[in-house]
Design a protein around this ligand. Sequence first.
Ligand SMILES: O=C1O[C@H](COP(=O)(O)O)[C@@H](O)[C@H](O)[C@H]1O
Length: 261
Amino acid sequence: MSTAPQLVVHHDKELMAQAAAARLITKIVDAQASRGYASVVLTGGRNGNGLLAALSSAPARDAIDWGRLDLWWGDERFLPEGDPERNVTQAREALLDSVPLDPHRVHAMPASDGPYGKDADAAAGAYAAELAKASGPENHGTVPTFDVLMLGVGPDTHVASLFPELPAVRETERMVVGVHGAPKPPPTRISLTLPAIRAAREVWLLAAGEDKAKAAAIALSGAGEIQAPAAGAYGRSRTLWLLDAPAASQLPRSLYPPASP
Ligand SMILES: O=C1O[C@H](COP(=O)(O)O)[C@@H](O)[C@H](O)[C@H]1O
């Protein structure tokens, strides 16, 4: 069942990143207190990396027990290990290299020079198997019930590597797929599918900057998920759109009324 999107609009992207980082710290600490561990799905892109950089400089970051945190990725650009355009490389630079994570709990998606070579579909299958292995009886299927799954929203409404109208956004069975012919470079990618995204307790969509305004307005105005993949991303218990004012500037007034005088 879909959860209705809730919106939080911050003044600018720096404030949005800091507030989202603080929100994430609280979620992780709460999950670790109640269950012993937390699981988070990271996103690439400017907004996702901005959040990680803000988390890196947040004084409260050490409230997290980094050794009991599982990290997964929503998508990856299928490039060689260490390529500066890989989402995991950027996440390592922004935060991961500076905190004491358990390497066994950092589940990066395969690289194009890894065990599956250039076969993105085989690499996607392997990641699906890794997710299935981590999914216990308390979960709902072949992916763990992530505490928080974050998604950057592209200017074309793509989320993860689910681009409008491409086969990956139509996938209903597989949890992870190889993506071919993506309109944003690189063309070959690996992505969680909408059914995998919807396994998360909370899905947070991050949209900052004027170039995201149209995408946010389309996705939040009843568009279909094939044409606007962001419209199909929701969590089991919460769907949260975290925006800055420029990204919220084209939202219908019913969703984001002007501030009271
Ligand atoms: O290529 C990607 O783009 C999206 C959005 O990135 P942004 O820079 O426009 O915020 C990102 O969410 C995705 O993970 C990434 O692979």
